[in-house]
Ligand binder design. Sequence first.
Ligand code: NAG
Ligand code: NAG
Ligand code: NAG
Ligand code: NAG
Ligand code: NAG
Length: 269
Amino acid sequence: MEASHSLLLVALLAALQGRVAGAGLKYDNVTEQIINGPSPDVIPIPRGSWAPLDVSVEFDFINIAKVDAERNEVEVVLWQSANWSSPIYAWNMTEPNQAVSRVTVPARYVWVPDFTVIHGVSEIESPNLVSILHDGTVHWVTSQRIRVLCDVGDAKNASGVTCTVKIVSWTHNANVLRLNFHPYRPTADTANYFQGSRYELLNTTVTKNSMMYPCCAEVFEDVALTFSFKERGVEAAEDADASSSALRLTSSTIAFILALCFVVSLRRN
Ligand SMILES: *[C@@H]1O[C@H](CO)[C@@H](O)[C@H](O)[C@H]1NC(C)=O
Ligand SMILES: *[C@@H]1O[C@H](CO)[C@@H](O)[C@H](O)[C@H]1NC(C)=O
Ligand SMILES: *[C@@H]1O[C@H](CO)[C@@H](O)[C@H](O)[C@H]1NC(C)=O
Ligand SMILES: *[C@@H]1O[C@H](CO)[C@@H](O)[C@H](O)[C@H]1NC(C)=O
Ligand SMILES: *[C@@H]1O[C@H](CO)[C@@H](O)[C@H](O)[C@H]1NC(C)=O
């Protein structure tokens, strides 16, 4: 009885291990294929294709972190999400050792757009990973801190300050890389905007523009996020409340001390 029990346990463990190893194998197969796959330095346009690669961009506005009136700069935190699709990353999910729908790899193993902020600098603050779907769709979501030039003027002005973060591909023209944004929502998502921010976000718009530069005959595209903000008036009012309550405290303290003095002097007499 005992022997058959332990035999069953061993069989169960073996089966479990087999499952785990199997799942690992699928993941390894696909991940390995991608890591050792097409060069990350070359834009993944299928061989013989004349169509540009479509790259879609969306923004989640997280915070206006800093307004520097002296340098005419604003610092914002955005989640930038971009996606594109190429059959060179696709795999056959019905193959027994490729039965996973999605894998995540460090972004350095695949091509990612050479996005640059015009009149600004950006820094990726999140883990820099891409998530790849079995059909070859690549999702690249990063949290970025972006500093951009902007005529800040008076950020306290109730009618607001307007700034633009403009993103371009540094080298690829519109014949090679076509930029898009969500056609039905030409704004940034502001649901995750930091509620405690010193700056109130008034509105955002996302537009796509085509530009020609003296260097080249081709058209370059950019996606521009324009936003208006003002310094929160609420906080100024709270400050005023706080200082007046401090004042009240002080005057009541003075009254208390005076009363004490009076009582003490009465007792002495
Ligand atoms: C992954 O699996 C496919 C299909 O079974 C096979 O052709 C390929 O050699 C495997 N690749 C790796 C890296 O294991
Ligand atoms: C995917 O793999 C299955 C199973 O090996 C095979 O029957 C099928 O033809 C493959 N499909 C493609 C598009 O290669
Ligand atoms: C606020 O901004 C508006 C529009 O830029 C400007 O006309 C106005 O003079 C500004 N007001 C103050 C107090 O700076
Ligand atoms: C955004 O807000 C600013 C400041 O209130 C205003 O001047 C501008 O017209 C608004 N833009 C849009 C697209 O609503
Ligand atoms: C890629 O992004 C665009 C715009 O944000 C979206 O409409 C589309 O559904 C996304 N594609 C995939 C495959 O997720």
